[in-house]
Design a protein around this ligand. Structure first.
Ligand code: ADP
Ligand code: MG
Length: 696
């Protein structure tokens, strides 16, 4: 686009923006005047009307006008000032914790003050803490003609500077027409969206007749329009990233039918139809000279690992290395053990790398990876550190994708590239992402679903039980173990810190050992050394221990078929998908399995509903959908997802209904105005953009 378009000029062209402010704006991703237009307010202050004190409600912000009655100066040793003001309707306290003499000088009885701030409950009725205030003559002089925007900012960049700059940008925007409307016109019509220019004007300077609540609400068309654009831009960015990646070359990995058959013949089970179908889809992808980007979604226990192993075999058959990354040390070790088993006949011993592999052994491993002597490399995210140089990486497999964010996945694609060759990528997840949300997190992947569990899986009976019935449960554990069965006792996160969590598990283990003196108890938590963890797991697997007390470290992957009873403490505090994952540790053998969810009474109404969902359903997809309906998408997408997208105006919760229309809009744009794709991505994804791109 031509540089002389005013909106493409650097922000320094605006009055009041010098090089220092420009540098600060840059930190916010703002370079041009157009960028500034898309820097949208976080919230608004309503100084368009003066509220009477008697009408104030805690939690809202208000402009108030009153006369100082008295001011209480600090007692020795304390530094709070309380000032009491009143209007004709009531009184209000203003409280200050830090202040200068100059600031408090005006707070003399009889002075008329205008104050703006958030109202909250104080010791003496309603109060404002550190309000903005000024001495006034008439109340009218306080009134503003529009709602006042509050922008996201960085240190050293004041709201005043931002507001003035945006004001100028808006004026420029009215004068030129380089600000293109890219949305499909029929969509805008159907939703009665205002034009882009009007929408920006309304959001930066909402007229005083509106309220902040209205402007931030779901139904405000200007906001909705921009939220739609923002979702669309992120969706397009993912699609573009996928397309860009598919332009690279990839090694053709054809699974040799003989070695495939030999591998399958050695398995102790027959592959399910769903596994075979997904393997066929993967084989098709990998035999192309362009990189595969595929996600396998399959419920807990659906048998994703063996599908990964067959994919790995394709890499080995063609002389390429494969890297398998798991989110936890424990799971990585378990994969390592499985692969050692499965590949033993093929004399291809896998090697293991995690943060816990240190010193000489680490060096030996790194050398083997670099020389190509190691062909199957299994580990944690340590696999993708700079010190790890692959010899000829043809395939990257990432397990339990939900633990890694979108951006991490994309960064990993850059690893193992050489010249214009990129490895194939297979990611696996047990967390079903509802279809609409997949558009914002998995649009860059092709999806295969394993929708069938291996035969002979036992239904798991789930019970929701009050913590007060622990004694009964302990008795039940005793009987269970007496029949030669094993038990998990899970102590999930109660405290924020991992240390406290581990201590809680330790305490529980101790308590249970007193109550069940003849039971062999193992303890597993995140702070154990890798070798110790390994030992505990091994002894549980070998039935040298009957009861495993663990933190949620066992959530993913752990596989001990004889363990058929699980007790989860404080179940009401866990997310449904996490509970489902945990429960998936039982029901793996031929015996009836039980999962007891202990809660701390009283249980809230939502708490009850949530546990009822887990009790009633065993299908992870249904659970995820119910969870979504109950909690809203923001929560489901997961606070645990590290690489969550930061939206500027869209809100997954509030704007969820818009998502349905995104794919059609994306398709329309692709067909009718392909130029809009890059423009929209630049407009909304901006600086974050590199996260979506193959770092070439
Ligand atoms: P997930 O999909 O949760 O990662 P796993 O790959 O860990 O599941 O498989 C769970 C268990 O099921 C493992 O013990 C695995 O060996 C076993 N398994 C996988 N596929 C089959 C099958 N087709 N028939 C029977 N058991 C299977
Ligand atoms: Mg798994």
């Amino acid at each position: 686009m031509p540089q002389h378009e005013p909106l493409h000029l650097p922000v320094t062209q605006l009055t009041g923006i010098g090089s220092q402010s420009a540098q600060r704006l840059e930190k916010l991703g703002i370079h041009t005047i157009r960028d500034l237009l898309f820097h949208l307010p976080l919230r608004y202050q309503d100084k368009s009307r003066i509220q009477t004190i008697s009408q104030l409600v805690a939690g809202s912000s208000a402009l108030v006008c009153g006369t100082v009655e008295y001011t209480e100066y600090p007692q020795p040793g304390r530094s709070t000032i309380t000032c009491r003001i009143s209007d004709h309707s009531g009184t209000l306290s203003l409280r200050f914790f830090h202040f200068s003499i100059r600031q408090i000088q005006p707070l003399k009885p009889g002075t008329k003050l205008g104050c703006f701030g958030e109202i909250r409950h104080g010791f003496n009725g309603l109060e404002m803490v550190h309000p903005e205030y000024r001495v006034i003559e008439t109340p009218e002089q306080l009134l503003e003609s529009s709602l006042i925007p509050v922008y996201p900012t960085v240190e050293g960049l004041s709201q005043r500077t931002l507001r003035k700059a945006v004001q100028q940008a808006l004026t420029l925007c009215q004068q030129c027409d380089s600000l293109q409307d890219w949305l499909p016109p029929q969509l805008c019509k159907a939703h009665q969206f205002p034009s882009l220019r009007e929408a920006l004007q309304l959001l930066h300077q909402p007229p005083a007749e509106l309220t902040p609540l209205l402007v931030n609400g779901h139904d405000f068309p200007a906001r909705k329009r921009l939220a739609f654009e923002e979702f669309l831009a992120h969706h397009l960015a993912l699609l573009q990233g996928k397309q860009a990646y598919k332009h690279w070359q990839a090694p053709v990995l054809r699974l040799n039918p003989t070695s495939k058959q030999r591998f399958i013949d050695c398995l102790p089970f027959k592959l399910t139809g769903a596994q075979q179908r997904v393997i066929a889809e993967i084989e098709q992808d990998c035999s192309q000279p362009k990189p595969m980007l595929r996600l396998i979604q399959g419920d807990v226990g659906s048998g994703k690992t063996v599908v990964a192993a067959l994919t790995a075999l394709a890499a080995l058959d063609n002389g390429y290395q494969v890297a398998l990354m798991a989110p936890t040390e424990l799971l990585a070790e378990q994969h390592f053990a499985n692969f050692q088993n499965w590949f033993a006949n093929l004399d291809q011993l896998p090697c293991f790398l995690s943060g816990a592999v240190k010193g000489k052994q680490r060096q030996t491993t790194l050398n083997a990876i670099a020389s190509g002597e190691a062909a199957i490399i299994i580990g944690t995210h340590a696999l993708f550190q700079d010190s790890v140089q692959f010899h000829k990486l043809g395939l990257v497999i990432i397990d339990e994708q939900h633990r890694f964010g979108v951006h991490q996945r994309q960064a990993l694609r850059a690893k193992g590239q050489y010249q214009n060759i990129r490895p194939h990528q297979l990611v696996m997840t047990a967390t079903p992402i509802p279809r609409t949300l997949a558009m914002l997190s998995y649009a860059d992947l092709d999806i295969s679903v394993i929708d069938e569990l291996p035969p002979g899986r036992q239904a798991i009976t789930t019970r929701v039980i009050s913590n007060q019935r622990r004694e009964e449960i302990v008795q039940r554990i005793h009987d269970w173990i007496a029949q030669g069965r094993q038990v998990y006792w899970v102590c999930p996160l109660i405290e924020e810190s991992e240390q406290l969590q581990c201590e809680a598990a330790e305490k529980t283990a101790l308590l249970l050992s007193q109550l069940l003196p003849d039971v062999r108890i193992g303890l597993l938590h995140g702070r154990l050394k890798a070798t110790d963890k390994d030992q505990v797991m091994q002894s549980f697997k070998n039935r040298a221990c009957d009861l495993l007390v663990a933190t949620t470290v066992i959530e993913v992957g752990v596989d001990v078929p004889n363990a058929s009873l699980m007790i989860i403490e404080n179940a009401e505090r866990l997310g449904l998908s996490q509970l489902h994952q945990l429960r998936g540790r039982v029901g793996r053998g031929s015996i009836d399995s039980y999962c007891l969810l202990l809660y701390q009474p009283p249980l809230s109404e939502t708490g009850k509903q949530r546990l009822a969902i887990i009790k009633q359903y065993q299908d992870g997809f249904i659970i995820a959908e119910r969870d979504l309906a109950l909690r809203g998408p923001g929560e489901v997408m997961g606070t645990r997802q590290t690489g969550q997208i930061q939206f500027r105006i869209a809100d997954l919760e509030r704007d969820n209904d818009l998502l349905d229309e995104i794919p059609a809009a994306a398709a329309w744009i692709k067909q009718h105005s392909p130029a809009a794709i890059t423009a929209l991505i630049q407009r909304w994804v901006g600086l974050q953009r590199h996260q979506y791109h193959d770092i070439a």
